[in-house]
Design a protein around this ligand. Structure first.
Ligand code: CA2
Length: 150
């Protein structure tokens, strides 16, 4: 298998995982989640890097830097999902397949969370599986890449 590179990008406030609102986002910290994903990536034989930023511009820069370096992106853009044309443009400009991830089921929350600027250009969307959604997404990304490069 080729050594695929996968980038996990987390947006604003996700650095607060495990610190506040455990009833919505769970008790696990971002650091724990990233470590679990790194371990899983090792088992799957892929390279993984994890980044988080609270800033829209920095997320755009991180997406741009992935150009021609990263094979797949797993992104939870947090609240920017519902507002950011800039993140959408960055993702559509680099031609890297991505999954949109949400910890909560955004569709059973406030109506403003039902709109996503990313869903229609994503390969897939995962929402409502808690932090396990990232692991599902990592498995699915590897399957996607294997299939695409057959
Ligand atoms: O469900 C998700 O993953 C969201 O992307 C999370 C965003 C929210 O704005 C989206 O509508 C859905 C919010 C992230 C906030 O993360 C926190 C984590 C722990 C404590 C406080 C905030």
């Amino acid at each position: 298998m080729a050594n695929y590179s996968i980038l996990v990008l987390n947006g604003p406030n996700l650095n607060m995982l495990g610190v506040r609102e455990p009833q919505i986002y769970g008790k696990d910290t971002l650091l724990n989640l990233e470590q679990r994903l790194l371990d899983k990536a090792k088992t799957l034989g892929v390279s993984l890097s994890c980044k988080q930023s609270n800033s829209e511009g920095e997320l755009v820069t991180l997406i741009q830097k992935a150009y021609q370096k990263i094979d797949f992106i797993l992104i939870n853009a947090g609240a920017y999902t519902h507002t950011s044309v800039a993140i959408r443009d960055a993702l559509s400009g680099i031609d890297i397949p991505f999954y949109e991830i949400h910890i909560s089921n955004v569709h059973k929350r406030e109506p403003f969370r039902h709109l996503s600027y990313l869903s229609d250009i994503a390969v897939g969307v995962i929402a409502g599986f808690g932090l396990y959604g990232y692991e599902l997404a990592l498995d699915a990304a590897v399957k996607y890449l294997e299939q695409a490069h057959k």
